[in-house]
Design a protein around this ligand. Structure first.
Ligand code: MRU
Length: 359
């Protein structure tokens, strides 16, 4: 499949010493790349949503760990190990809801200790160099695996789309949110390239407008027929028969099939059921957290009030000092999900246990 963009949203420089991201908080006005060289810069890029989207933050964190360790100068293994664990733990708390972050960082920790064990006979400085090399290779392969997973999700997801499908999507689960192509937007790009002419309704996604700033931007760039709607317009477009299917991403899927995704997703899924419209979540199987029995075990991030009162408005849109509740995600109960589209196929929420054996 042809990529929509000539760049990836997260890249490690060739020498492994800089993390380069497109600053998503500036889109669509500016396509500006920033070069990050410290763990603190990566932490703030993630918390301030300069890089965002569950898979993209996992990828930024692992490429970031590799970058930080490549820059760390020491001849002592214990210092090197201490710094690795500091950076890993620090980045793992940058955002709580998406499982991709801890999943990817845990892979880096396994890589660190396996390599350390493999080269324990070597002088410490040589073993450190081997670990740096392996961490860099592991981080790059996590990104590459994500590209392949997105391609499979795109193909699998396209199989449920009719020609000229009317699709409602939420937040941004596209190229910007992953390594390449996207999860929920992947099948749309795939269908577009097959000449199937999908027609997308993108909800703007209050309060941070990932739908209007990012999804509308991506889809327009790819020449997809996209119409922007305010979040409270979803019901009318569904009632008018404009929507054949609802597609959205996921930040974490519990073992019972409950799905955490951008705040507002559950409302759309409930509406879709009312109108008899199938509703799919799309994501890699690594988004399933078998340690969370149900959605109520998933930690929902709460974000600052200024995002609701001030951000992306020309002037403040609420009275000074107003109390604000700003949860960033919600849980869609499994009963409202028609299927989970993964790189391994499409599953009913009740089939998650079967998936465990496949992973
Ligand atoms: O707060 P965000 O913008 O990181 O939220 C993103 C979402 O909710 C996405 O739908 C999810 O991370 C999947 S991205 C492929």
């Amino acid at each position: 499949m042809k990529s929509v963009f000539s760049y990836d949203s997260v890249e490690l420089s060739e020498n492994g010493k800089e993390l380069v991201i497109i600053d998503q908080s500036l889109l669509p006005q500016q396509e500006k790349f920033i070069h990050l060289t410290t763990a603190e810069q990566i932490f703030y890029a993630i918390t301030l949503l300069k890089v965002r989207g569950a898979p993209a933050i996992g990828i930024a964190a692992v490429l970031g760990v590799a970058m930080c360790m490549n820059r760390f100068k020491t001849r002592k293994m214990d210092q090197f190990e201490k710094e690795f664990l500091r950076v890993k733990r620090y980045l793992s708390i940058s955002r709580p809801t998406a499982v991709n972050l801890s999943w990817a960082l845990d892979r880096m920790e396994r890589c660190f200790y396996e390599t350390k064990l493999q080269y324990e006979e070597l002088p410490e400085q040589e073993a450190i160099e081997k670990i740096k090399k392996e961490l860099t290779a592991e981080a790059r392969s996590i990104k590459l695996e994500d590209v392949k997973m997105c391609l499979s999700i795109a193909e699998n997801g396209c199989s449920i789309l009719p020609n000229n499908a009317g699709i409602l999507t939420y937040c941004n689960a596209g190229h910007l949110a992953v390594s390449r192509y996207g999860t929920a937007l992947g099948p749309i790009y795939y269908a577009q390239q097959q000449g199937m002419m999908p027609k997308v309704y993108a909800c703007e996604t209050r309060p941070l407008l990932q739908g209007s700033r990012l999804t509308a931007f991506e889809l327009m760039k790819a020449g997809v027929d996209v119409t922007l709607i305010c979040d409270n317009m979803a019901s009318i477009v569904m009632s008018q028969g404009k929507i054949d299917v609802v597609l959205f991403g996921c930040d974490r899927i519990a073992a019972n099939g409950d799905v955490a995704n951008k705040i507002g997703t559950s409302g759309l899924a409930i509406l879709a059921k009312h109108y008899g419209i199938p509703c799919y979540t799309l994501g890699p199987t690594s988004s399933i957290d078998f340690n969370c029995k149900t959605g109520s075990d998933i930690v929902i991030e709460e974000r600052p009030s200024y995002e609701v009162t001030d951000m992306y408005f020309g002037k403040t849109m609420a009275p000074q000092g107003i109390k604000v509740y700003n949860p960033a995600f919600d849980i869609t109960p499994a009963e409202f999900i028609s299927g989970i589209v993964t790189e391994k196929g499409i599953f009913k929420p009740s089939e998650i246990k079967k998936l465990k054996k496949l992973i």
